[in-house]
Design a protein around this ligand. Structure first.
Ligand code: NAD
Length: 491
């Protein structure tokens, strides 16, 4: 059998052995072709991985289908929990390998990856392991009948994930699915397959039966579409762009009406009232909210609305903090912001910056490329941005923020909700009733009050409006992966 094992050396000398085959039925197998994966900090090829097309997607789905009916569906919940906890332990053990792969492949600072990626993966696996034996039905008494409900798994679940937080997205697609007795085929982004492939090795080592968890990569219109059109896939959980989300819903509608949950984009507002206790603290959160992960976050706080009393102070302090943060080598200890993920994404963001300038907004800070190698962009602040300007309306998915002034609460709620998206929002105020009033009025799935970006496996995440359908994380996600059966006994 061909071996796809390679050794990858990170810029700091850390070496990782990696199997670059498609992980199907607990084996690493050949794809239809290969994809080079690029280090966005250098533009250089890290390695090449096997990539799936329809034929390999069929193999993966068949393996998952066989595993589902061959025992996983009716497996002992405690055994599922044991395997999930074992996988979490192995991820903890190999965390350094994983963070090195993630930083090279995605460009995020190594320190960020250490802080959130394996930690988040482990948290989700452990959280959902706890639910394996807690999927209780109900007893319902009606006249002459005793009925009970059972929560059953759906079958083969497809997961399609983006490149911005690859390990976390993988955990979101695997953990609630396998805990409820489903089997999965997850397609990683073609841009960031490496950490998922390392985790595939750990899935096998943990002892999951063949076919329960399959991890493949491949291009969206080939592997992704084949998965979302597959007649044996009963559910697709997708995280990515609005355009792809629409394509996946259409594919589901045109084939077997598979259940679809979508986590899509955003244009999240943060509202900063002039009664905040500390402007410095708000500046910290607002800065983190937009520039963390080089602005490549679905829930990034891209629109800042600052009340007129503190507007000038805020903008000045925001600029100073932004200038104090280092943009550059993801492996340098003091780097805050790495590169954009790819040349395409880099050009897309630069194009938005150009459009902003052409439409008459003020580019108050940044707006230029940094260096000539890799895909680095200066953190960019726009002011004087009209409500109808492109950079106020469209998701940029880069280190670009717009800051606007507002007068009063009604004015700012209308502005904040003036978007087709509804993923998240921030509210900063020392007045608790104002915080609650504004949180209630905002049309978004997550509202952060006096901070930004907190997340845990226990809290639901998802979008209002065109930011998505359904919720991931927390016990809410369990309903995405189970169907309820009513058994009615004639007494
Ligand atoms: P994308 O939609 O281009 O790609 C996402 C995934 O879909 C990739 O694996 C890709 O290969 C696949 N894909 C592409 N075309 C497909 C098709 N026709 N059929 C099936 N699969 C297909 O998105 P991206 O550029 O990787 O990620 C950025 C987007 O993801 C942003 O809009 C961002 O807001 C969103 N996002 C949302 C969340 C959330 O939780 N709401 C989290 C992260 C990213």
């Amino acid at each position: 059998m061909t071996s796809f094992i390679t050794e990858i050396t990170a810029p700091d000398g850390h070496k990782v052995s990696l199997n670059t085959g498609l992980f199907i039925n607990n084996e690493f197998v050949a794809g239809a072709h290969t994809i080079d994966t690029i280090n966005p900090a250098t533009g250089e090829v890290i390695t090449s991985v096997q990539a799936a097309e329809a034929e390999q997607v069929n193999l993966a789905v068949d393996a998952a289908h066989k595993a589902f009916y061959g025992g996983w569906k009716t497996s002992n919940p405690r055994e599922r929990a044991r395997l999930m906890r074992k996988l979490a332990d192995l991820v903890e053990r190999d965390a350094e390998d994983l963070v090195h792969l993630e930083s090279m492949d995605n460009g995020k600072p190594l320190s960020n990856s250490r802080m959130m990626d394996p930690v988040g993966f482990v948290e989700h696996l452990q959280y959902y392991a706890g639910f394996c034996d807690k999927l209780h039905g109900k007893v319902i008494e009606t006249k002459g009948k005793l009925s009970y409900t059972v929560h059953e798994p759906i079958g083969v679940c497809g997961g399609i994930i983006p490149w911005n937080v690859p390990m976390m997205m993988l955990a979101w697609k695997i953990a609630p699915a396998v805990c409820t007795g489903n089997t999965v085929v997850v397609k990683t982004s073609e841009l960031t397959p490496l950490s998922a492939l390392k985790i595939a090795e750990l899935v096998k080592e943990a002892g999951f039966p063949p076919g329960v968890i399959n991890i493949i990569t491949g291009y969206g219109p080939k592997a992704g579409e084949a998965l979302s059109r597959h007649m044996k896939v009963s559910k697709i959980a997708f995280t990515g762009s609005l355009a792809t989300g629409r394509a996946i819903m259409k594919a589901a509608a045109e084939t077997n009406l598979k259940k679809v949950t979508l986590e899509l984009g955003g244009k999240s507002p943060s509202i900063i009232f002039d009664d905040v206790e500390s402007v410095d603290e708000v500046v910290f959160w607002a800065h983190m909210g937009i520039f963390f992960n080089a602005g490549q976050a679905c829930c990034a706080g891209t629109r800042l609305y600052v009340q007129e009393g503190i507007y000038d102070t805020f903008v000045e302090k925001f600029k100073a903090l932004t200038l104090s943060k280092k943009v550059g080598d993801p492996f340098a200890a003091d780097t805050f912001q790495g590169p954009q993920i790819s040349e395409t994404q880099f050009k897309r963001v630069m194009n938005y910056i150009d459009i902003g300038k052409k439409e008459g907004a003020t580019c108050y800070l940044g707006g230029e490329r940094i260096g000539s190698q890799g895909y680095f962009i200066e953190p960019t602040i726009f002011t004087d941005v009209g409500a109808d300007m492109t950079i106020m309306k469209e998701e940029i998915f880069g280190p670009v923020v717009v800051i606007s002034k507002f007068k009063d609460i009604d004015d700012v709620i209308a502005k904040a909700n003036d978007t087709t998206y509804g993923l998240a929002a921030g509210v900063f105020t020392s007045n608790i009733s104002r915080a609650v009033k504004v949180s209630n009025a905002l049309e978004a799935g997550t509202i952060w009050v006096n901070h930004y970006y907190s997340a845990s496996a226990a809290e639901p995440f998802g979008g209002y409006k065109q930011s998505g359908i359904g919720r991931e994380c927390g016990e809410y996600a369990l309903s995405n992966y189970t169907q309820v059966k009513a058994v009615k006994i004639n007494i």
